[in-house]
Write a protein that binds this ligand. Sequence first.
Ligand code: HEM
Length: 128
Amino acid sequence: MKKKLIILLTLILVFTLAACAPSEEKPAEAPPQETTEEVTEDTPSESSDDLEKEFTLEELAKFNGKDGNKAYVAVDGYVYDVTDVPPWNGGEHNGYEAGKDLSEEIKTKSPHGPGKLEGVPIVGKLVE
Ligand code: HEM
């Protein structure tokens, strides 16, 4: 009888220990990796969300930086938000107006060229 009791107690002890043992630790799940798009000179950095926005020239015209509208300019198919770019205050810059495709003008008329667009946020693409 005593032997049975010892076996029973041992079994209870084993099960209790097994139940309390810490479960196998899972390695912390790595945060979802952001897709690292290759940035080349021709494709300025932008998030894929931004590129989903498409502007026709007509839609772009609304963003002339006037009457509370944002100031956007298109260059080489990309639409840039120049609202917070000081030289573009009020949607105007050295005789040029926002809300337009200024691809040719920035290359042929400006002394600085498209390099000035580096760091300017892209808000979408220009479509026909
Ligand atoms: C998008 C089309 C653009 C056009 C057509 C354009 C055109 C011009 C022109 C014609 C000038 C010379 C003004 C003068 O003779 O005194 C100029 C100067 C200047 N622009 Fe632009 N610009 C453009 C975009 C930008 C952007 C996006 C920025 C800033 C982010 C910028 C910043 C400046 C600055 C700081 C100057 C002063 C002189 C210099 O740095 O060369 N421009 N721009």
